[in-house]
Write a new protein. Structure first.
Length: 169
C-alpha cells in the first residue's frame, strides 16, 4: 500500500510539473512584442512612469489603479477619438495675424472615463509657446473611448499632433 501511494504521488508530481511547463509556455506565447525603446522613452518623458510593459502578457497580473500605459503596447487597446463639432483648437489671433503656423506635438493621459485627465497635457514640440494654452484647452475638451487592457478600462498616454494652418482649404 505504501509503495503504491509513493508511485501515485510521483506520477502526480510529474503531471503537475508538465502542467506548469505548458501553462508557462502558453503565457510566454501571449507576451506582447517588444515596444520600441525610443517610443517608450518619449511616452515616459511626456506622461511620466508607465506600467511595466513586460508583465502585461500575464493575465493573472492587474496594474495598480494609477498605472499609465503607452498606447503603443500591443496588448493595450488604444483610446479612440470621438469627434464632436467643437473639436477644433482655437487659433490665437495674434499668431494668425503674424502668419505663425505649424504642428504641435502633445501628449496626455486619457483616463478610464475617456476624458483627458486635467493637468496631464504636455507639449513636446511647438512652433510658438503661445499655442500651448489653446492646445491644453482643446485636448481637455476631447472625448475618447477609454483604452482597455483585457477588456477593462485603463489610463493610457496618447501622443497627438495638432496642426495650425493659416490658409483655409
Amino acid at each position: 500500500m505504501i509503495r503504491s501511494c509513493t508511485i501515485l504521488t510521483k506520477h502526480c508530481v510529474e503531471l503537475l510539473v508538465v502542467i506548469l511547463v505548458v501553462f508557462q509556455n502558453a503565457l510566454a506565447a501571449q507576451a506582447p512584442p517588444a515596444v520600441d525603446a525610443a517610443q517608450t522613452a518619449q511616452a515616459r518623458v511626456l506622461c511620466g512612469p508607465l506600467a511595466d510593459d513586460s508583465v502585461i502578457g500575464n493575465p493573472l497580473w492587474w496594474p495598480p489603479a494609477d498605472a499609465v500605459f503607452s498606447s503603443r503596447v500591443a496588448s493595450v487597446q488604444s483610446p479612440k477619438l470621438l469627434l464632436s463639432p467643437d473639436a477644433i483648437p482655437e487659433y490665437p489671433d495674434h499668431l494668425r495675424r503674424k502668419g505663425v503656423q505649424g504642428r504641435v506635438i502633445a501628449a496626455a493621459v486619457v483616463g478610464p472615463s475617456g476624458r483627458v485627465e486635467k493637468g496631464s497635457v504636455k507639449v513636446s514640440v511647438t512652433p510658438d509657446s503661445d499655442f500651448i494654452p489653446p492646445v491644453e484647452r482643446y485636448l481637455e475638451r476631447l472625448r475618447f473611448t477609454p483604452g482597455q487592457l483585457n477588456g477593462r478600462p485603463i489610463r493610457v498616454c496618447v501622443v497627438m499632433p495638432i496642426d495650425f494652418r493659416t490658409e483655409t482649404r
